[in-house]
Design a binder for this molecule. Sequence first.
Ligand code: FE2
Length: 270
Amino acid sequence: MVHFCPTLRIWGMSYRFGNDAILSDTTSSAEVADGVTMARRSVLRLSAATLAAAFSFSACRATGRGASRATPEPLPADTIDLAEFFTRSYPRAQAFIAAGGPLEEAYLMGVAELMARLQVPTKAACDAQLRTEAEARGVHPRALEFAVVMFDLDPGKGFEHHDHRDYNGVILGVDGEIRCRNFDIVGDDPVPPKGSTFQIRQTRDDLLLPGRFSTLSRTRDNVHEVVAGPDGARMLDVFTMFHAQAKSNWLKVDSKPRDERRGIFDAAWA
Ligand SMILES: [Fe+2]
């Protein structure tokens, strides 16, 4: 049991309690399943006077006295077309790259959020949009920092192990099924020298059905192998490139793992 002076945030404002607050543990490391322990749960106990002061403060906020009332941002329920997708995504990608790629997981989830609302385009529409974006910026389509590409995979075909050096990606299953296995390069060197044997560790083994996603960052799951199911597949890839030379490099990977339990394979650049 601990006496202290906590600060409570109510609608973005802070209310600081007096020293009558008591933090007491109701559960200290409860075991919720065999070998699984839940972190300790604590309860804040306050005096009647302190609670009255806090609710008075809350009521003042709710009625608008003292400050403006926060308006919750509505959840987007609309779908977007490819042009709108680029309008929203491209400036975000440019800012992300210019800042050196901070919070990459948050960025990737932002891309996926817009992709989840995207009216799935045709391959021709993707190509046309890339040409439009490139013309608007006076560059070749392959020089765009942000690209959308539709791939059709024949049954059992796809891409063997490759990395995504200096770029990240979000994949959306559109049609059929795809097995997507991701790997990390083991060790501190993200680009082991050519000619050397190094290890990669499998980190994911996903079945991409229509509407399901796979993501990879520059440092996480950056190597993958993509194989279509027996009926072939279609997938939509969105790439964010950190420079014009960003590209994939193929790997040769031993089919037999060096360490089966940990999913570690010997590999070398092809
Ligand atoms: Fe890839």
